[in-house]
Design a protein around this ligand. Structure first.
Ligand code: ZN
Length: 126
């Protein structure tokens, strides 16, 4: 699996494929982080890369919000080495062509898959 190390690599990968079109699949907008049950995950989504460092046992839980945004804000930056991006995989939906970041939030006995669609105009930081 291809690994993305920083903002420049993520930007290059996003730029190398087709621009996002209007959504026509089961995902909804997912402009900020949303819980997304397994059944809503598009069956034709393809994993492109991972942002996880395989050598880090526990990536940081620190978040990066230089503009004072919050975790689930639609305009929160994508900060590659910060939570939760540092544990995400990058996917692409074959139906709407959007790029999607996905990770699993573990809380108690719950496993909670979270998804955020990556809009090309979002700020991407290291
Ligand atoms: Zn889609």
């Amino acid at each position: 699996m291809k690994r993305i190390h920083n903002a420049a690599e993520l930007q290059a990968l996003l730029a190398s494929s087709q621009a996002a079109s209007a959504c026509s699949c089961s995902l909804g907008t997912c402009a900020g982080w949303e819980s997304l049950s397994e059944y809503r995950w598009p069956a034709d989504a393809q994993q492109l890369a991972t942002l996880r460092d395989p050598e880090l046992y526990e990536p940081t839980f620190e978040e990066l919000h230089p503009q004072g945004t919050r975790y689930d804000a639609q305009d929160a930056p994508v900060a590659v080495s910060f939570f939760p991006y540092n544990r995400c995989d990058l996917w692409k939906c074959s139906t709407c062509q959007r790029h999607l970041l996905r990770y699993t939030e573990f809380g108690g006995y719950n496993v909670d898959p979270r998804v955020r669609a990556i809009d090309p105009c979002l700020t991407i930081l290291d």
